[in-house]
Design a protein around this ligand. Structure first.
Ligand code: MN
Length: 265
């Protein structure tokens, strides 16, 4: 190698090192923690029967709040860290590499746009919830664990804005309509389809998805008993919700133990 060629080689080598040092790591610790919560949350909700072969959990990308992280199109019980993909603010995969994506990713994209306070979103077809999406009885908190329902759980009907469809949130416009119906609430029910719960973290959104379903089942039972049902008052609901958020780690740590650790990839 000539002196000149050696010099060029050395410069290229050094610039390569500099680039390697300057480039952000593929997965920061914060990203890794959120991905771990997404995997756990997907499996927890599948174990509880809140999610089945369908439904999904997402989180705002810690390193880029305009983007969000969500699994490739996959049954939630099968999700591992390697399946988590990054999406831009319109729901486009940043680096799809041939992987299939969820048709209903616009639920997540449009809610993150409309709600800066939301860091995680769960979409489920919870069996307990469906009756409340098609009846006139509002979903209301019958016990303290579902106190977040005290703020209201509006029902969104896709037919109102979009006429006859296959019921899926398969476009940004449909996602925007759903996000408008959610408003400032933690839960929105989808007529003849399911529900969406949101929160300031994955564990809170998962907690709300689970207790939305449990409360719906309990409220159906209470209503079936006949007579008047007593719900939490708005003040009771607000107080209980604050307590729930303060003690959430206890139940989250238990739930995490109940799901298999994601296989190392
Ligand atoms: Mn769906």
């Amino acid at each position: 190698m000539s002196v000149g060629a050696g010099l060029v080689f050395a410069v290229l080598l050094l610039s390569g090192v500099a680039q390697a040092q300057a480039a952000p790591p593929a997965s920061t610790p914060t990203d890794a923690a959120v991905i771990d919560d997404l995997v756990a949350g997907s499996r927890i909700l599948a174990d509880f029967g809140v999610l089945d072969g369908f439904g999904h959990v997402s989180a705002r990308a810690p390193g880029n709040p305009d983007h969000f992280l969500m699994s490739r199109s996959l049954a939630p019980a099968l999700v591992t860290a390697a399946d988590i993909m990054e999406f831009d603010r319109d729901g486009n995969a940043v680096d799809a590499r041939g992987r299939a994506v969820f048709l209903e990713r616009f639920i997540h994209a449009e809610i993150y746009k409309a709600r800066p306070d939301v860091t995680a979103v769960v979409h489920a077809h919870s069996p307990g919830v469906i009756p409340f999406t098609v009846s006139r009885l509002p979903l209301r908190p019958v016990y303290h664990n579902a106190a977040f329902l005290g703020a209201g759980a509006p029902v969104w009907d896709i037919r109102k804005d979009f006429g006859e469809t296959d019921m899926l949130v398969r476009s940004p416009a449909i996602g925007q309509s759903l996000a408008r119906a959610l408003g400032d609430k933690s839960v929105v029910l989808m007529r003849g389809h399911g529900d969406v719960t949101v929160g300031p973290s994955v564990k809170v959104a998962v907690f709300r998805a689970y207790y939305t379903d449990v409360n719906a089942r309990l409220q159906s039972q209470a209503a079936a008993l006949g007579g008047e049902v007593t719900y939490l008052t708005p003040d009771e609901a607000a107080r209980a919700d604050a307590t729930n958020l303060a003690v959430l780690d206890r139940v989250w740590s238990l739930w995490r133990l109940c799901v298999a650790p994601s296989p190392a990839k």
